[in-house]
Ligand binder design. Structure first.
Ligand code: AMP
Length: 215
């Protein structure tokens, strides 16, 4: 089963993707994570995208489609979770073609609905385990006092993303509404869109997504 998690920054896509990886053996394909990896590895492409990402703009379709193409050639596990991809109509068309080329289908697009006011609060309170990428929140899921990640069990560092500040977030939201939100209509018209309330507890949202996947 291959699915897209669709929603604005801070909707909880990464948190829910991690849960699906752990419980269903699915493979998370987060273009944001891939780009951050490229940036920290210091590759030529990583250096090119660093400023774009820091501003909260979208990187080019060509780059992210290339990253996804490479991953689709590898292990398919229990299916792919596309997290933060596609973000434009051109990326959505390309994904359809790439999946068709490797004999795969897209089974559901899960839209995580959240209110904009909640996003700013969530994002500015967010930190990530540098070992496994598990997401923490100062208010709803604080970093464990012993510094051991409850997901991977390692004593690691918890870092804040460079673009998790209010200015970059406003821009990321603007990019979402201008370029990504049309995908809601696109997948609705393809009869693939399933919407869940992303504002509940983490467990509550997990249950709503499970209901969609098991339907
Ligand atoms: P994310 O971790 O999904 O919030 O992505 C972080 C940043 O990476 C975004 O603000 C964009 O600059 C870039 N990015 C991630 N995925 C894409 C994509 N599919 N298309 C364009 N830019 C992306």
């Amino acid at each position: 089963m291959n699915i897209i998690l669709l929603g604005p920054p801070g909707a909880g896509k990464g948190t829910q993707a991690h849960h699906l990886v752990a419980t269903r053996g699915m493979i998370q394909l987060s273009t944001g994570d891939m780009l951050r990896e490229a940036k920290s590895s210091g590759s030529e492409m990583g250096q090119r995208v660093a400023e774009v990402m820091a501003r909260g703009d979208l990187v080019t379709d060509e780059i992210v489609i290339g990253l996804i193409r490479e991953k689709l050639e590898g292990d398919k596990g229990g299916g792919f979770i596309f997290d933060g991809f596609p973000r434009t109509l051109a990326q959505a068309d390309a994904l359809g073609q790439l999946l068709a080329d490797c004999g795969e289908t897209l089974d559901a697009v899960i839209e995580m609905k959240v209110d904009d006011e909640a996003l700013v609060g969530r994002i500015t309170a967010r930190s990530t385990c540098s070992g496994c990428g598990a997401v923490y929140n100062d208010v709803t899921k604080p970093i464990p006092a012993d510094g051991v990640c409850s997901n991977c069990g390692q004593k690691t560092e918890f870092t804040r993303r460079a673009d998790d500040n209010e200015d970059a977030l406003r821009n990321r939201l603007m990019e979402y509404y201008k370029k990504t939100s049309p995908l809601i209509g696109y997948y609705y018209a393809k009869n693939m869109l399933r919407s869940v309330n992303g504002l509940g507890t983490i467990d509550g949202v997990q249950a709503s997504i499970a209901k969609v996947l098991d339907a």
